[in-house]
Design a protein around this ligand. Structure first.
Ligand code: MG
Length: 363
């Protein structure tokens, strides 16, 4: 199909209050680099037939950066979704328009192209899915779920027609198909995609998990520090910093969970400022790096592998130290210790290693 015949403006509705999410869900980082809103907008980059993307968001709210392969315009959001869409429609110049929720970041290319083709052919295209849950009324009367559809976005129309529909509509509407149906008495429903889900609740933001590992040799004349706690022992771990392998494993796990580079990238062992550094302070720096990306550590699980010394009596102290550093409940930190059954470097008492698994959530 000729792409000029199917030229679309895209409206991104981003004026919601995120009351059910309990945080600004559109600013939540979902893949280490992009927020929900950035990912929702960037889905339209590199797609043939896109004229511009018009984002309806509150005045004064900063616009994040988007792909430079799409022209971005902004429109002030209104008090309701209906008013936000109306403001955005006023900026449309292409013959067709797609109206998409900023809280749906997982829009697939196949669905998009299908919707564009169907709109050019039939005048509208609205993605819908059959319901899977049992449906009952508020009086507990079972309803026939086959009679209902769950409506997704983007909802696509001829621009002129949806503008007329919005002008004629009275009252509120939580989606555009409702407005269009009242005007045109007809909507072309297209099968949606289950992956095209909407971020509504905090649990819709998938937690991110990473693992980390570190090992340092034991040497005489060094302090032994594990999880930020100094442990009396005849040897200590050798390294550029205090060589706290347990904390280093947590740092790598956290950076990995965020999709970032590893500990060596941020804290080079050739940098004199990190000589004998307290690794707990470096872990705090990692927390700052995560915070800049809208993430925080929710849980950490650490396994320390040491032939000697016995660590059981230091566990509470280590958990409390990490709890203070990470600002999370002690119950969200698990530390176990094991030996290496006298095998290898660790088993011969020449090194101590640690594994860590860390879960991040949106800050
Ligand atoms: Mg290390």
């Amino acid at each position: 199909m000729n792409c000029c015949k199917r030229l679309f403006d895209v409206i991104i509705v981003a004026g919601g209050k995120s009351e059910r999410a309990g945080c600004d869900k559109l600013d939540a980082v979902i893949d280490g680099r992009q927020t929900v809103l950035q990912k929702a907008v960037n889905a339209f980059a590199d797609l043939q037939g896109i004229n511009s993307v018009i984002i309806g968001l509150p005045e004064g709210k900063a616009l994040p950066s988007f792909s430079d392969r799409v022209e971005i315009k902004r429109a002030p959001s209104g008090d309701t979704r209906y008013l936000t869409v109306k403001n955005c429609l006023a900026l449309c110049t292409a013959p067709y328009v797609m109206i998409h929720d900023g809280a749906r970041p997982y829009l697939g290319r196949k669905l998009l192209e299908k919707l564009m083709d169907e709109t050019a052919e039939k005048g509208s295209a609205v993605p819908c899915l059959p319901l899977t849950d049992t449906i009952i009324t508020s009086e507990f009367v079972p309803a026939d779920r086959k009679a209902f559809l769950a409506v997704q976005t983007p909802q696509c129309f001829k621009t002129e027609q949806i503008i007329k529909a919005y002008s004629a509509y009275r009252g509120e509407a939580t989606d555009d198909a409702t407005v269009y149906y009242k005007y045109a008495q007809n909507v072309n429903y297209v099968p949606g995609e289950t992956s095209n889900r909407k971020i509504t609740y905090p649990e819709d933001l998938i937690p991110r998990t990473g693992i980390g590992y570190d090992i340092h040799r034991l040497e005489t004349g060094r302090r032994l520090v594990l999880c930020g706690v100094e442990i009396p022992f005849e040897k200590g771990l050798a390294g550029h910093s205090d060589a706290d392998c347990a904390v280093h494993a947590v740092m790598d796990a956290a950076l990995s969970a965020a999709g970032l580079r590893d500990i060596g990238f941020y804290f080079s062992d050739t940098d004199d400022s990190y000589k004998n550094a307290d690794s707990v302070l470096l872990l705090s720096r990692v927390c700052d790096i995560l915070k800049e990306r809208g993430l925080k550590i929710a849980q950490a699980s650490i396994s320390i592998i040491a032939e000697k010394p016995k660590l059981a009596v230091y566990m509470d102290k280590m958990i409390n130290k990490l709890s203070d550093t990470l600002n999370i409940e002690p119950g969200h930190i698990g530390i176990s210790a094991t030996t290496n059954e006298q095998t290898g470097l660790i088993g011969k008492g020449e090194a101590i290693a640690a594994w860590a698994a860390v879960t991040l959530v949106n800050a």
